[in-house]
Design a protein around this ligand. Structure first.
Ligand SMILES: [Zn+2]
Length: 493
């Protein structure tokens, strides 16, 4: 069987000589931040974003911002092709002994230029994202105008940043008319979708109907509200964020057994008793909710990383990257403070942690059940809150998906191909496939053996992140971040 190559570039096949030269004899590695006309990633083991096993070695040819070809170099493929081809390239990344994955997608991100009212440079977040191998983020609530501007600058290659999909926070419309009008307004502004959080049933129904007409997808952070997963199922929500709304929909009495003193607007109360929510869901009813989500094509982006402090506060407060990479503005925001959303750890007890540990066990089992029933699971980290640094949170989330029982191949699929589907971008993002956008990461080591390799250097093994064909050298990005943090600390202390 002959291989056919769809690349427009002419190739010189020179048999044994080419094999000897191994394509990289004279080629230089790329310069970080500079796209070349033709980039070769040589001799990589590939883990694609579609759940198929690792395969290689392969050459990946990137032309401008597209994957032009993926060529197998295993002995059988080379024999069938009648030898190796010599591939001309302007720059070469030698990926011998390394793994290449599609760029990761963070489906629950927030563009943040301030925390607690204090400015924090956007480059801090953007650089860490890239160094974590994140080439796409779905922004689910920030300053919308600024997010649209950053989206454009990223798309035009003016800033080192992942590609950005903007899902503005919807707010709480007073009437059905207002809800519909606001959807049209966001469409006109250029939003890619909408994030809803805290909404009444009638306005949710109206805004979803309008959004479907205009082709806008919807991410729903349900909270403990009037609406729950049954409404997402009925109205056609694209993805449920976090997990609220799912166990709530399976509580036999319809309302959680809150103590009489409970106040939803007290975040310590809210997050403490959220830790009791999964245990109150009836397993049989929960299965019905999960199946109905599958049937209605409601995806689930559980963001497992972002509540981890609730089950193990000490771990969350002592992450090794805090020493040199935690921006002082973010550090201050993380400190327990009633005025900062997510900084609710006032008198957090061993009892709270053990409830949350049980909460996680039931939650993880539900995520697994949803997958087994055929549900679409994505991944996002919601970082910038609750002791999670941007990007690091997504990798921690991948570890937690492994704890939940998923195979690493599947976890990589959740963070790439599945997220691309949630975004409606599955025909151009989330794959290592000819014709797809050149969003790729080169990892020194095997992430299927150890997902921690996906942390940025010096903690993990991400070497190159290629976004839209532009290669970024992860160690350089992290060196910038480290300096940014050191300078900010020097200025504030
Ligand atoms: Zn969020």
């Amino acid at each position: 069987m002959a291989r056919s190559y769809n690349s427009p570039m002419p190739r010189t096949v020179s048999l044994a000589l080419a094999a000897l030269l191994a394509t990289s004899a004279f080629a230089q590695p790329p310069v970080s931040g500079r796209r070349v006309r033709r980039l070769l990633i040589h001799n990589a083991i590939v883990v694609d974003g579609n759940g198929t096993p690792a395969a290689g070695p392969k050459d990946i040819i990137v032309e401008n911002n597209r994957i032009a070809d993926v060529i197998a170099l295993d002995p059988v493929a080379v024999a069938r092709a009648g030898g190796r081809q010599q591939i001309q390239a302007d720059a070469v990344i030698d990926a011998t002994g390394k793994y290449v994955l599609p760029g990761l997608i963070d489906a629950h991100a927030h563009l943040q230029e301030e925390r607690g009212g204090r400015p924090q440079p956007i480059e801090y977040e953007l650089n860490i994202w890239l160094a974590c191998g994140i080439t796409t983020v779905r922004d689910v609530g920030s300053d919308t105008k600024r997010a649209l501007e950053l989206r454009r600058m990223s798309a035009e290659g003016q800033i080192a940043a992942p590609r950005i999909f903007v899902y503005p926070m919807f707010g709480r419309p007073k009437t059905v008319q207002e809800a519909r009008a606001h959807v049209r307004e966001l469409k006109q502004m250029g939003a890619d979708g909408i994030k809803i959080l805290g909404i009444d049933r009638d306005t949710m129904q109206a805004m979803e109907a309008e959004a479907h007409e205009l082709g806008l997808r919807i991410a729903h952070h349900a909270g403990v509200e009037e609406t729950n997963a049954w409404d997402d199922i009925r109205f056609g929500t694209t993805s449920i964020e976090h997990w609220y709304g799912i166990p709530d929909a399976a509580i036999p009495d319809g309302v959680q057994h809150f103590p009489s003193s409970y106040n939803y607007n007290d975040e310590t109360d809210r997050f403490r008793y959220a830790g009791h929510l999964w245990r109150e869901a009836d397993p049989e009813r929960l299965s019905k909710v999960l199946q109905a989500m599958v049937d209605a094509h409601v995806a689930w982006d559980p963001t497992l990383d972002i509540y981890e402090a609730s089950r193990d506060l000490q771990r969350a407060q002592n992450q090794p990257w805090f020493r040199d990479y935690l921006h002082p503005v973010l550090e201050e925001y993380f400190r327990p403070n009633r005025a900062n959303h997510g900084s609710y750890f006032l008198n957090w007890t061993s009892t709270d942690e053990s409830f949350w540990k049980e909460n996680y066990r039931i939650w993880m089992a539900a995520v697994r059940e949803f997958d087994r029933r055929g549900g679409l699971i994505g991944m996002g980290d919601d970082a910038g809150f609750i002791y999670q640094i941007y990007g690091f949170g997504l990798i921690r989330g991948m570890e937690l998906h492994q704890e939940a029982g998923f195979h690493p191949i599947k976890i990589i699929q959740q963070a790439t191909g599945n997220n691309a589907r949630i975004l409606g971008q599955e025909e151009r993002l989330g794959r290592v496939r000819a014709g797809w956008t050149a969003d790729l990461i080169v990892v020194n080591g095997n992430p299927l053996e150890n997902l921690k390799l996906l942390y940025p250097p010096p903690f993990g093994g991400v070497e190159w992140t290629i976004k839209d064909g532009i290669p970024y050298h992860a160690p350089e990005l992290m060196a910038k971040v480290k300096k940014m943090v050191a300078d900010a600390r020097g200025a504030t202390r």
